[in-house]
Design a protein around this ligand. Structure first.
Ligand SMILES: Cc1cc2nc3c(=O)[nH]c(=O)nc-3n(C[C@H](O)[C@H](O)[C@H](O)COP(=O)(O)O)c2cc1C
Length: 387
């Protein structure tokens, strides 16, 4: 087994092992990828204050996210096609998260279905909903989530249309991959991935196929999204979904204080400050820059979490010190999954936890719930001196 000490190590192994089409799908932002790049580089702009001669024994990274106990303030974000990065990917990631003590979020666009994941885990997980035009499907999928004992519904608000990602169009992204010459040539070099896929029956969109009516070709993600996702989604509909669900509600994809206030007003339990990992509106600011104005706007009215660009425990620490109650990671755990399956997701969580725990200690803290902005050096105007 290769020696892995960073998320970057997992990324390198993942790149070798995953088919190009799925690697590109993950490692892509929309249009010029400016926001995708800014998400990570802006975290690096923030520096930490080292403290000394402070008791560093008995440390804890435990806290809560939307009322749930977590081993650290990190949840696995919903990631489409996870089961194409590695056979049975959603099941493996959910198991790794459960064993580590952090939440796992299953996307609507997963390969393994809600029922598959429920059958292979023992604790409740979260389900992320994309709002479709087909209201019957919407109602049924919410009922299926309830039946599977899902403990929170994450409604993603920033993808009613797909941001254009050039590589996906050029690669002809589909699940499963179509047997074109380019795909066959590439897959021939990915024997480990291929063996895994031969050993599973889960190779299509598990929540969709057999559950949605009038679906033309669900293997073609780009065409299918354009056809099925409801571009008319508005706050009235979000309130309807809130009532249909009736449980813990998390709204994901919020980047502006006005939207955050609306989310708090309709009674969301948490919001995720997120630009979808730079995959939707290219040109939006990084989410770490968007965080503080949102915190100022909503105060304690709603829990504020953040994702996009987190690649280390230090990034988690910076986000929490700025005031986020929790974080989500997308690519960081997908790299682990694509590199080594369940063990790779566990490794990603261990790396992030170790970096978070040690960095917190170096900054003079023993308890993540007591960390404040005082540990940070934030460049002046970081959160916006924009007109
Ligand atoms: C390959 C990929 C697929 C994604 N699919 C979904 C999805 O199905 N639903 C969703 O709400 N967000 C989706 N996202 C966004 C993530 O939930 C999350 O916001 C993002 O990955 C955070 O950025 P990071 O990857 O830099 O951590 C996806 C992200 C990636 C990288």
């Amino acid at each position: 087994m290769p020696v892995v000490t960073t998320i970057d190590d997992l990324h390198r192994i993942y790149r070798r092992r995953a088919p190009k089409m799925f690697y590109d799908y993950c490692e892509t932002g929309s249009w010029t990828e400016q926001t995708f790049r800014d998400n990570t580089s802006d975290f690096a702009e923030i520096r930490l204050r080292q403290r000394v001669a402070v008791d560093m024994s008995d440390r804890s990274t435990r806290t809560t996210m939307a009322g749930e106990e977590v081993a650290m303030p990190v949840a696995l974000a919903p990631v489409g096609l996870t089961g194409m990065q590695h056979a049975d990917g959603e099941i493996l990631a959910a198991k790794a998260a459960e064993n580590f003590g952090v939440p796992f979020t299953l996307t609507t666009m997963s390969i393994c279905s809600i029922e598959d994941v429920a059958a292979h885990t023992t604790k409740p997980f979260w389900f992320q909903l994309y709002v479709m035009r087909d209201r019957d499907f919407l109602r049924r999928v919410i009922d299926r989530a309830k039946a599977a004992n899902v403990s929170a519904l994450v409604v993603t608000l920033d993808l009613q249309m797909l941001g254009q990602r050039h590589k996906d169009i050029k690669n002809g992204l589909s699940a499963p991959p179509k047997p074109t010459l380019a795909n066959i040539a590439n897959l021939a070099t990915k024997w480990r991935w291929g063996l895994g896929m031969l050993g599973t029956k889960r190779r299509q969109f598990g929540n969709i196929v057999g559950h949605a009516q009038g679906v033309s070709d669900p293997s073609d993600l780009i065409a299918w999204t354009a056809e099925q996702f409801d571009p008319a989604l508005d706050w009235d509909q979000i309130e309807e979904i809130r009532d249909m669900w009736g449980g813990t509600l998390i709204l994901k994809g919020i980047m502006e204080p006005e939207d955050a206030k609306m989310a708090a007003k309709i009674g969301a339990d948490a919001i995720v400050v997120s630009n979808h990992g730079g995959r939707q509106l290219d040109g939006a600011v990084s989410s770490i820059r968007a965080l503080e104005p949102i915190l100022d706007a909503v105060g304690d009215a709603v829990e504020v979490w953040i994702d996009s660009g987190i690649r280390s425990g230090q990034d988690v620490l910076k986000a929490v010190a700025m005031g986020a109650k929790g974080t989500m990671i997308g690519r960081a755990y997908i790299y682990g999954l694509g590199a080594m399956g369940e063990a790779g997701v566990t490794k990603a969580l261990e790396v992030i936890h170790m970096e978070l725990d040690k960095s917190m200690a170096f900054c003079g803290h023993r308890d993540i719930t007591e960390v404040t902005r005082d540990i940070l050096r934030v460049p002046r105007g970081f959160s916006g001196d924009w007109d």
